[in-house]
Each structure stands twice: as structure tokens, then as C-alpha cells.
Design a protein around this ligand. Structure first.
Ligand SMILES: C[S@@+](CC[C@H](N)C(=O)[O-])C[C@H]1O[C@@H](n2cnc3c(N)ncnc32)[C@H](O)[C@@H]1O
Length: 254
């Protein structure tokens, strides 16, 4: 991998420390891979997986693959998956989680350069990873994603977003920025993508997060509750919060 920026070194150090906390460790990391983390993972799955069946998607780049939990799900559904992550320890963790799973490989890179041929993937998925790419590198990373996508290939960009400057940065998460949705749209367009769809998928205080978090609801209900939350926001998600998770779906304009 080419020389890494100091920012990406800090991100890698942050995520290197989250190994050993199970497959959900990188999501809601204050929950240390517990039920809240598992719920967030289920919401992201519920938002993204149905969208993969639109169009002819067989090969996926999982950008910022973390523990590999989503790559493993994708491989189990028959997709050919390449996962990349800036954290060396996460790449090892993902390799172990997916040991013996066919059609999935992991590599370390920061996204400014993606070690793949042009037009290699039908789809790039970035689940809460581009929020760690600083402003000056976001467009180069998006252009690199565009390069490795096939014509009419899709980027599924799931992100923490906020319209309020005071919520866009948090002292406990100094490497992360919650950009305004409009900023994401502008940057997609600058990199050559055409936005097809945009939806709110999760808000941090959705009512049943607390009973899920404290183990008051059976674990087996988590996938159904997650699907319900995604459907709720799809229908009623117009009112803005301090911050929320949005899913933007964009296509290569080729
Ligand atoms: C919040 S975690 C999400 C992990 C995974 N996408 C998931 O949904 O389970 C963010 C991940 O993105 C990775 N990441 C952050 N910046 C990156 C970059 N520039 N290139 C590659 N990976 C990056 C981090 O190391 C971390 O593993």
C-alpha cells in the first residue's frame, strides 16, 4: 500500500484496538460488540441487502470491511466479495471470521488506491467507512470506487449524516465526520455518479434501542425489529434529527 496519511494511521490505530470483541465490535463501539452493536448491524443489513437484488449484482467490494461480518453475510448469499480495510488488525480479524468461507478475500488499503482492475465490481458498499475519509481525500476515494465499478455499477453508501454543524464532529470520535446529506450528493456528482435513491435508515434513539441494548427483548427479535425500523423511516423518515444513518444509492454514469 502507498504511504498512508497521518489521518488514516490514526483511524487504523483506533480500529486495531477493537479486535477481540466479536463480529459486531466496530458498530456502536461503546457497546463493545454487545446487543446494541448487533442491532445496528441488523439495521444496516435490513437496509442494504434487499437493494442488492435490484440489478445484476454478483461481485461486491466491501469498503471498510471491519470484522468482516457483512462480507461473510454477502458471501453466504452467493456474492463474490472483496473486503478492504485500513486497519491491519481488522483485516486479520475478518480473515479469521471468514476462514473457510468461499468467495471472500480481504486486503489492507486506505481507498486512495484500490488494488483492483478497472470495472471489476458490480457494486461497492461502504457501511460507515467513508465518514473516516477526510474532506480532501473523499473525492479521490470516490473516483477510485468509480474506476473499479462496471458501467452502471452501483455504490451503496451508508453513512452517519447531520445537517447541524455542532453534531457533525464529536470529541469522542475525532477521526469521524458526519457530513451533511447535501455534501454527500455534491461529492457523488463530482466523482461522476448519478444519485438514484436516498433514504433515512436509522436514528440513534429509535424507541426500542434501549430495551434491545439492556437485553430486555429476546435476541431472536433483533432482525425483525431492525427491518421494522428501516421500513418506518422509509415511510415516515422526513423529519430531521441531530444525526441519522442515511443510505445513498448511486450509479456509475457510463
Ligand atoms: C464503523 S466500522 C464499519 C465496519 C463494517 N463496514 C461494518 O459495517 O461492519 C468502519 C471501518 O472502516 C474502516 N476504514 C475507515 N477508513 C478507511 C479507509 N480510508 N480505507 C479503508 N477502510 C477504512 C475502519 O478501519 C473500520 O474497520
Amino acid at each position: 500500500m502507498p504511504n498512508q496519511s497521518p489521518h488514516f494511521q490514526r483511524v487504523a490505530e483506533q480500529y486495531n484496538k477493537l479486535t477481540g470483541r466479536g463480529p459486531y465490535a466496530t458498530l456502536a463501539p461503546h457497546n463493545r460488540g454487545g446487543r446494541k452493536s448487533e442491532y445496528v448491524n441488523a439495521v444496516f443489513d435490513a437496509a442494504i441487502l434487499p437493494r442488492l437484488h435490484e440489478g445484476d449484482c454478483r461481485s461486491v467490494l466491501d469498503f471498510g470491511s471491519g470484522t468482516g461480518v457483512f462480507s461473510r453475510t454477502l458471501a453466504g448469499l452467493g456474492f463474490r466479495v472483496s473486503g478492504v480495510d485500513v486497519s491491519e488488525q481488522m483485516v486479520h480479524t475478518a480473515g479469521r471470521l471468514c476462514d473457510g468461507v468461499p468467495n471472500v478475500h480481504f486486503q489492507r488499503t486506505d481507498g486512495v488506491y484500490l488494488p483492483f482492475q478497472e470495472a471489476e465490481f458490480d457494486c461497492v458498499i461502504a457501511r460507515e467507512s467513508l465518514c473516516y475519509v477526510p474532506d480532501d481525500l473523499l473525492e479521490p476515494v470516490l473516483r477510485e470506487m468509480y474506476r473499479v465499478l462496471k458501467p452502471q455499477g452501483r455504490l451503496l453508501w451508508l453513512e452517519q449524516v447531520s445537517d447541524a454543524p455542532r453534531w457533525q464532529r464529536h470529541p469522542n470520535a475525532p477521526n469521524l465526520v458526519k457530513r451533511a446529506p447535501e455534501d454527500l450528493r455534491v461529492r457523488l456528482s463530482a466523482a461522476g455518479f448519478v444519485l438514484l435513491d436516498e433514504a433515512m435508515v436509522r436514528t440513534p434513539r429509535f424507541p426500542w434501542i434501549y430495551p434491545v441494548w439492556f437485553g430486555l427483548l429476546p435476541r431472536r427479535l433483533i432482525p425483525a425489529l431492525a427491518r421494522w425500523e428501516v421500513a418506518w423511516h422509509r415511510r415516515f423518515g422526513g423529519s430531521r434529527r441531530r444525526w441519522w444513518n442515511a443510505l445513498l444509492i448511486a450509479e456509475c454514469h457510463a
